[in-house]
Ligand binder design. Sequence first.
Ligand code: 1DF
Ligand code: MN
Length: 346
Amino acid sequence: MTVARTSAYRRIATEEAFFTREVMQAYRALLAEPAFDDPGFRRLWGTFLSDRPRTVKLVERLIDLGEQRIADMDASGIDMQVLALTSPGVQAFDAPLARDLAQASNDQLAAAVRKYPDRFAGLAAIAVQDPAAAVKELERGVRTLGLKGAIINSHTRGEYLDDAKFWPILEAAEALGAPIYLHPNTPPRAMIEPFTGRGLDGAVFGFAVETALHMLRIIVSGALDRFPKLQFVLGHLGEGLPYWFFRLDFMHGRMVADKRFAGAQPLARKLSEYFTANITLTTSGMAWQPAIMFAHSVVGAERLMYAMDYPYQYVPEEVLVTDALPLSAADKKRFYQSNAEKVFSL
Ligand code: 1DF
Ligand code: MN
């Protein structure tokens, strides 16, 4: 089945993955290193880089930044993909390799965007493990290559962006007006063990637990008071967090008032208010009307965008679900098009 594009709105899909041959080879090299001890990476990429027919096809789709991808977009009614280096991107590597691969993949991404400017936009990969280099590459990506923000695939070898050593990256993103897409990664070694016995570490659930925790760490740290214009994008309908707003506000307020933890100081806003000031949600992988309408009702029409999560969740008829959402014509256009244009300066 295929779905046509529509003149009512441009469907911009905002969490769409690719990788380069060089990154794929570097993943293979990591998997071959006996001392490499990230079980989440091994379980995810050990599977995707195996010779199972489904994953071979997936890898083909990840690498293609041309005809096959455009054909899939045409078949699924997608006008534009906002592309990002797939998780964990360069964050799995030692800093020197991460820096080199970030530059090379950003160059290739920018070339694809130049070739298909009305179909692709891109986010810059950055070597978070070297904050100074990450700042430089983000500046180059946005100013020179025309990329629209940064992809950060959640933790970097078990470290989180609320650590002040990473704040130069947040400062640079705010100064550039460039959003950070905080995309999932598998839980780090210190967190993963209870997930693995039942296969719950990946996209099924572990991704969301880990990424939601990361977003909360950033908020609770006060980083968004320090960088109040900084914008984050959070997929999978906010990784479950909107459902928790009431209790998060209640319990966070109480623990701060009671001065229970040195790491949880008073914030300028209620915790949930950062979701209308600094965060835009996407529907990646969550094409389900009740959950989308709930998120819409609590964050508002300006803070919710469409995403498919191609090629991981490539469902050609998926947009029929989002086309049928009980939203006004104006809100539907915000959802598919205008919010993405605004957040990513498209
Ligand atoms: C999967 C899902 C893999 C998502 C991803 O990147 C990813 C998956 C490695 O199905 O294992 O981006 N996702 O965002 O849901
Ligand atoms: Mn994704």
